[in-house]
Design a protein around this ligand. Structure first.
Ligand code: ADP
Ligand code: MG
Ligand code: MG
Length: 910
């Protein structure tokens, strides 16, 4: 035997060669078609061209070496399996050419059906389809010519960029000539005429005849699918969904089966559970005598899947059996596309289905009950972003509000806003800060921009599986679909419902859970999940699957997590709420607001003090006010640690703005009034004016410059703690010094603070810790030294990000972040999610060196990153003791801390 010189790279896999774990290589669709094939399910034969072939093509603009031959070989096997040849004039094999990336991108890329038809094979197809029901389909000729015109239309549009409307107009013209509004009324002759019209359109736009050579059709279609990876709407969708841009798509070539061969044929989509609520049952849409694209596009109104039982009991039972099998196999909600050709069921697609946030929790809980997954896995399958969504408010409905229409609750939430009818208008109004509801008959991938800009989406056609529904669910955006009482007129920018006309700019409210549509703005109320967190819904007693599932999964997260979760709260009320949400302490109590309001006057006196006596008088007046603030918080947080940050921002923030003050003084002087007080204030403001206040006199620097300021705060904290403890509660204050960059700063503050604490606390048993923020890069880099003087570190990742990158947050976010995101310099703003490599490295160094110097050092984070899911995982990995975030993010942080523990520490129960 001749020795093989080079091992050829494998670019093509028959379905039997793949499996569900090869998504990276075969895309989700290809991997799952392979999995179903290997399960022995009825999948039409076919093969998958890998994402590697796509990447090679996109990099060079040419098919990689060997690809053409491998396709030829697999096509030959496919032809053999089917006993037909591609485009054979007598009995043609037809194929679909379908995109399919690692992550599902519904409707974003291209699919071409009926490849292999040409002027000759269309006749062969008609002959082979002979015996189709003449009544229902207009016969075999009609079917064949309809298939051919669909090929030219899809091929023209997706492969050759012929504007799709031209084909639609030609179709409309044909229907008008026939005096009908229904495609099905066009007979074989009409469709033959339409094919001619389509070919002319094709020629006009491409300068060439519609390709007759089947293999050329196939190759061009494959190229078009490769290229669709970089289509504008696909790029936009990936950015929105944070799908990496370099994965490429696979291409699936699948033998065609026909759902449009008569009433005993049809096509549908199904879910093994309700993707909106998670409820068990049979959910799906079916359309008799149609090709698959008709269902997904939401063009014709479908019937509920249950109807299939009546139409074709055998196929229905088989489908239900397959659905149960798939769910058991994937151990998750599956989303299925199928076609029935003359009573024979074919599976065309399955995937683990997208779902709403509520369904994610409910399904995870059910699968645990059914013994399919354990609690660790359940925790892994939900996330903080979903939980955050479930905490959104809902509509508060009383008799004033009667729905004007009811569609399908396709993606939950409560949205109100001005009606718009086009994507462009939605983008325009949203940019002006308006809430808008995008109203369409149905959406298509070109509406993506508008859907992103809108608060909610309302369509009059299409089911739970229409484009609008699927994409909105993916975005977590409220959507009502198929509200067919609404008559939408896009050109006139209005819709009519129940005799009322709603024009662009009118306000409507849509409920994506119930599918109800209201005119006007409906007020909102807290969600059930928030009521549960607040303690007003007891999961043991309410009959609410969602609340029970959330309770169960949250309890497991709490049991698993290693990170404690604290909250950022400055008032007793915030502290109390956060505690109900599960906070285990306060990680950041800012004291700034305690100097505002009617206390400004005291602060002015402090700043303007002419001598020590003046200043001390001002501080003495502030002391009891501060003490009362702290008492309230310590009482609320009885037994839990409370980190109080000494005053941080520059003092001029507490004074009137320079310009305004200067004008006031000038005017008063003009009038000859006594302005001595104002002049002194103005002089102080001038003196304190800074070019760059973020890097100026603030934080510990201020405490070292203004005698007695920190001392007053420390005394207020210690006295409040003693009072609260004497009253029988437990106060656990932690005093935090901001903006430290050198250990000497901290040592100076600490020496004074310890003296005061010792004096105040006496034998009360109160223990006060002293620690520091780590928010200046120098502090992170000298953490070993700083830890000698600190009992705890709290990472202030907002400032650490600002100073680490050299960004002034207020200036950069609007100025150039959009460009950095566009260029991919950031995947996400470093203020939203911690920059692991840079700022995160500072955190890591400080944590390690701090702990090395002082093993019992407590480590936490109190920047906004403390409530960001991605960042929580990072802080878990670094080994911090806690994260602290705003009260509403506390449940999110608890959940993500639990998930982080399960993911990095491994499962404890499998
Ligand atoms: P998408 O990724 O947008 O869902 P698909 O590749 O699944 O696109 O194709 C769109 C529709 O075309 C599917 O709903 C399916 O019903 C239909 N279809 C695809 N391939 C075939 C085939 N081989 N036979 C019959 N119908 C097909
Ligand atoms: Mg599909
Ligand atoms: Mg700071």
């Amino acid at each position: 035997m001749a020795k093989q010189e080079t091992v050829e790279h494998k670019y093509v896999y028959a379905f039997a060669e793949g499996n569900k774990d090869l998504k990276e290589l075969l895309g989700g669709k290809g991997a799952n078609l392979a999995e179903m094939t290997n399960l022995g399910l009825p999948v039409p034969p076919g093969f998958t061209i890998t994402t590697e072939a796509c990447k090679a093509y996109l990099a060079t603009g040419e098919e990689p070496d060997g690809l053409a031959d491998q396709i030829a070989a697999h096509l030959a096997s496919l032809e053999q399996a089917m006993g037909k040849r591609l485009g054979d004039p007598e009995d043609p094999l037809l194929v679909s050419v379908r995109s399919g990336a690692k992550f599902s991108m519904p409707g974003m890329m291209e699919t071409v059906l009926n490849v292999g038809l040409n002027d000759h094979s269309v006749q062969g197809l008609a002959r082979q389809a002979g015996g189709v029901d003449q009544e229902a389909t207009g016969g075999a000729d009609r079917f064949a010519w309809d298939s051919y015109r669909r090929l030219i239309q899809m091929f023209g549009k997706t492969v050759c960029e012929v504007p799709g409307e031209e084909f639609e107009h030609a179709l409309d013209d044909a229907k008008r000539a026939k005096g009908t509004g229904n495609d099905l009324d066009l007979d074989a002759d009409d469709l033959r005429g339409l094919v001619d019209a389509y070919k002319k359109i094709f020629f006009k736009h491409t300068g060439r005849e519609f390709p007759q050579e089947p293999r050329e059709q196939l190759d061009l279609a494959i190229r078009a699918v490769f290229e669709s990876w970089n289509a504008e709407r696909a790029v936009l969708y990936r950015r929105q969904e944070r799908i990496p841009a370099d994965l490429g798509t696979a291409v699936n070539v699948v033998a065609m089966v026909f759902g449009n061969l008569g009433p005993d044929s049809g096509t549908g989509v199904a879910f093994t559970r309700d993707p909106a609520s998670g409820a068990q049952g049979i959910y799906g849409d079916y359309l008799a005598n149609a090709q698959g694209e008709d269902v997904v596009a939401g063009i014709r109104n479908t019937v509920p899947l249950q109807e299939l039982e009546r139409l074709d009991k055998k196929s229905y039972d088989e489908l239900l059996g397959i659905m149960a099998r798939l769910e058991g196999h994937y151990k998750d909600l599956c989303d299925i596309e199928f076609t029935i050709e003359r009573g024979k069921l074919w599976m065309l697609q399955t995937r683990v289905g997208k779902r709403t946030a509520a369904a994610a929790f409910v399904i995870a809980g059910q699968l645990v009950d059914e013994g399919l997954i354990d609690l660790d896995e359940a925790l892994h399958r939900v996330n903080g972003a979903q939980l955050a969504q479930l905490m959104f408010p809902r509509f508060r409905l009383d008799h004033e509000f009667q729905p004007v229409a009811k569609g399908i609750g396709a993606s939950p939430g409560a949205a109100s806003g001005k009606v718009v009818f086009t994507s462009a208008r939605a983008v325009e109004l949203a940019a002006e800060g308006e809430s808008v509801i995008l109203v369409r008959r149905e959406t298509n991938p070109d509406d993506l921009n508008g859907m992103i800009a809108a608060q909610g989406i309302l369509t009059s056609r299409g089911g739970k599986t229409s484009h609008a529904a699927v994409v909105a669910r993916g975005m977590g955006k409220t959507c009502v679909s198929g509200a067919d009482e609404i008559d939408v007129n896009v050109p006139q920018r209005r819709f009519v419902v129940g005799g009322q006309t709603v024009v662009e700019g009118d306000i409507v409210s849509i409920d994506g859970t119930t599918g109800k549509v209201y005119l006007g703005e409906v007020p909102v109320m807290p969600s059930e999940v928030v009521q549960y967190f607040e303690g007003s819904l007891d999961p043991a007693h309410v009959d609410n699957a969602l609340v029970r599932a959330v309770h169960r999964i949250m309890s497991h997260a709490d049991a698993r997590r290693r990170l404690a979760v604290r909250t950022n709260a400055d008032t007793g009320a915030d502290a109390a709420r956060a505690r109900r949400f599960g906070a285990e302490g306060i990680g950041l109590c800012r004291t700034e607001h305690m100097f505002l309001g009617d206390r400004r006057e005291l602060v002015e006196r402090l700043i303007l003090a002419r001598d020590n006596a003046d200043r001390e008088a001002a501080l003495a007046a502030l002391l009891p006010l501060q003490r009362a603030d702290f008492e309230e918080i310590f009482r609320e947080m009885d037994g839990m640690p409370v980190t109080v940050r000494l005053i941080d921002p520059p003092l001029h923030e507490f004074l009137p703005p320079l310009e305004q003050l200067a004008v006031n003084v000038a005017v008063a002087q003009e009038r000859g009034e006594d302005v001595a007080q104002e002049e002194a204030l103005l002089a102080a403001v001038r003196r304190m004016h800074e070019e760059n206040p973020m890097l100026g006199l603030r934080g510990v620097r201020l405490g070292l410059v203004i005698p007695g300021l920190f001392a007053m705060q420390v005394r207020a904290i210690a006295e409040a703690a003693v009072t609260v403890t004497r009253s029988g509660a437990v106060a656990r204050p932690e005093i935090m010094v901001p903006l430290v960059g050198a250990v000497q700063e901290l040592e100076t503050v600490r020496a004074e603070a310890e003296k005061i604490i010792a004096e105040v606390v006496g034998d009360s048993g109160v223990e006060v810790l002293i620690g520091t923020m780590i928010e200046v890069p120098r502090a992170a880099l000298t953490a070993g030294q700083i830890a000698e003087a600190a009992q705890f570190f709290s990472f202030g990742t907002n400032d650490l990000t600002q100073m680490g990158w050299g960004f002034s947050r207020d200036d950069v976010e609007g100025a150039f972040f959009w460009r950095y995101l566009e260029l991919g310099i950031f995947g996400i703003s470093p203020f939203e999610s911690i920059d692991r490599d840079g700022v995160g490295r500072l955190v890591r160094i400080a944590a390690e060196e701090g702990r090395a110097a002082r093993p019992e050092l407590k480590l936490g984070v109190c920047g906004e990153h403390g409530g960001d899911p991605e960042s929580v995982h990072f802080f878990h990995e670094v080994g911090l003791d806690y994260v602290s975030c705003s009260p509403f993010r506390v449940p999110v942080a608890r959940l993500e801390a639990g998930r982080a523990a399960v993911e990095t520490d491994g499962s404890d129960s499998r």
